[in-house]
Design a protein around this ligand. Structure first.
Ligand code: ATP
Length: 303
């Protein structure tokens, strides 16, 4: 898959402090890229640089392999970074029509399609200021889509929303990605929410991009294991080697065994130990969440 956007040693310094330091990210076309970091990590700074809302201290942004000049992107970019720019006294449709006029867009049916994709088709004359937080957020995203962007940039769009609102936005973004073909760059500190739909991730901390990985890599690294405690741990290890053909097992101390494979067959494992008459004092199946994984990388709390 070709790269739609990449940054190379991108930095932004305010006084002596780097808000972003030598950041390299790579976003292939068609992906949903989740930029994950706690508050103050540098997410908004990176998004504003890509959206030409601020200038870089150093480094480069490449769009489809070509160096971007400040304010002159060679692809269509739609963004929701800090200012939603809604007209509070106008309806959803009016908001979209005014923006389309300002951008010189008059593709027939496009506003209807946007209203439908963000599920605001039936809001009629209701003014934006009367909308719920979720509706306002969906309208703001529709406004970012008026230019039919190849890249949609969203800064913490699910912040402060209730679980239903978060689910609606998530489903909507997947639709925008699949049906409109937009590549999406979305920032969040709600890690497990991004895990449900992002296809690639970048972890940012203290202005540095620590690592990028794909969903497949995350799933592989997302370690799950079975932890068994028993005074007969040697026999248990032998029984699992023989009866389940397990090889990825690790002893911890004298009476604990971590089984790092076959987690989905945990019922079979416990049945085997029971049938062999082996005494087990504790048996846990552990799943590491994205949040735990992230904490492991950054060391500390998320927020
Ligand atoms: P949040 O979720 O809190 O918005 P963030 O990851 O988006 O966090 P940024 O807003 O990019 O973080 O900020 C990164 C760092 O740069 C922070 O320490 C912030 O205080 C600092 N910073 C951002 N903008 C400015 C500015 N205009 N002047 C001085 N410092 C700034």
């Amino acid at each position: 898959m070709s790269e739609l956007l990449s940054t190379s040693k991108l930095s932004k310094r305010y006084g002596k402090k780097f808000a972003l330091h030598d950041a390299d990210i790579h976003i292939p076309q068609g992906e949903i890229y989740g930029l994950i970091g706690r508050n103050g990590a540098g997410k908004t700074t990176l998004l504003k640089l890509i959206n030409s809302q601020i200038t870089a201290t150093s480094g480069e942004i490449h769009l489809k392999g070509q160096k971007m000049r400040f304010g002159v992107p060679t692809i269509r970019i739609g963004a929701l970074v800090e200012s939603p720019g809604l007209y509070p006294d106008c309806s959803a449709r009016e908001n979209l029509v005014y923006k389309a006029i300002a951008l010189g867009h008059n593709k027939p049916g496009y506003i209807d399609r946007l209203l439908s994709i963000v599920e605001l088709s039936d809001t009629g004359k209701k003014k934006a200021k009367q909308f719920s937080l979720g509706m306002k957020q969906r309208l703001s995203i529709a406004l970012a889509l008026v230019d039919d962007p190849e890249l949609l940039i969203l800064d913490e769009p699910i912040n402060g929303m209730d679980p239903q609102g978060i689910k609606d936005i998530r489903e909507m973004l997947v639709k925008i990605n699949r049906e409109m073909g937009a590549t999406i760059l979305i920032s969040s500190h709600i890690l497990d929410e991004l895990a449900k739909f992002a296809t690639r991730y970048g972890i940012i901390k203290d202005g540095k991009v620590l690592r990028e990985f794909t969903r497949e890599q995350l799933e592989q690294e997302n370690r799950s294991d079975i932890r068994i405690e028993s005074p007969q741990i040697e026999q248990i290890e032998a029984a699992l080697r023989e009866g389940m053909a397990f090889t990825r097992m690790q002893r911890q101390g004298d009476n604990t065994l971590l089984v790092q494979e076959g987690v989905e067959r945990h019922e079979q494992v416990s049945r085997l130990l029971f049938d062999k008459g082996l005494y087990v004092s504790q048996f846990y199946v552990r799943h590491e969440s994205l949040e735990d994984y992230f904490m492991g990388l950054t060391g500390g709390t998320v927020q």
